[in-house]
Design a protein around this ligand. Structure first.
Ligand code: THU
Length: 132
C-alpha cells in the first residue's frame, strides 16, 4: 500500500500545530474505514498536562464524526527524522484500529516506516480484556 497521500495529509495537519512551549510540531492523518481522512496536530497548553497529541486530535475528530474504525494512521514530526507515537497515543490507536491496521511513521512523503500495532504495543490492553 502506498501511503504517500496519507503522509502528505499528516504534514498538512502539522501546519496547524500549536506548540509554543516545546516548539515540537507534530501532524497526523487517520485513514478511516470508509477512506475518509482526518488530520490532526498537537495542541499544547500553558498547563502542560492538558496538551493533546496530534494522533489523538486526528482520532478524536474521526470518532466525533461517527468514524470509529481506523485502517491506518500517519504521524510526522520534525522533517528528516522519524517521530513515533507516544504511549498514550498507542493505547488510543489500539482502541479504534482494525486488527491489521498500519501505523505510518513519516519522515518525508516518500520516506516512511510501516508498523503494526502489535509491533508498537505488544499485548495491548483492550475492551476484550474487560469482557473476560
Ligand atoms: N507529541 C505528539 O503530538 N505526538 C506524539 O506521539 C509525541 C508527542 C507532541 C506533544 C507535545 O506537544 C510535543 O509533541 C512534545 O512532546
Amino acid at each position: 500500500m502506498d501511503y504517500k497521500k496519507l503522509v502528505y495529509k499528516a504534514f498538512e495537519g502539522r501546519k496547524n500545530a500549536y506548540a509554543p512551549y516545546s516548539n515540537f510540531k507534530v501532524g497526523a492523518a487517520v485513514l478511516a474505514e470508509d477512506d475518509k481522512i482526518y488530520t490532526g496536530c498537537n495542541i499544547e497548553n500553558a498547563s502542560y498536562g492538558a496538551t493533546n497529541c496530534a494522533e489523538r486530535t486526528a482520532i478524536f475528530k474521526a470518532v466525533s464524526e461517527g468514524n470509529r474504525t481506523i485502517k491506518a494512521i500517519a504521524i510526522v514530526g520534525v522533517e528528516n527524522n522519524y517521530t513515533f507515537p507516544c504511549g498514550i497515543c498507542r493505547q488510543v490507536i489500539a482502541e479504534f484500529a482494525l486488527k491489521d491496521a498500519e501505523i505510518i511513521i513519516g519522515k518525508g512523503e516518500d520516506e516512511y516506516l510501516i508498523k503494526t500495532l502489535e509491533e508498537l504495543l505488544p499485548g495491548a490492553f483492550t475492551k476484550e480484556d474487560l469482557d473476560r
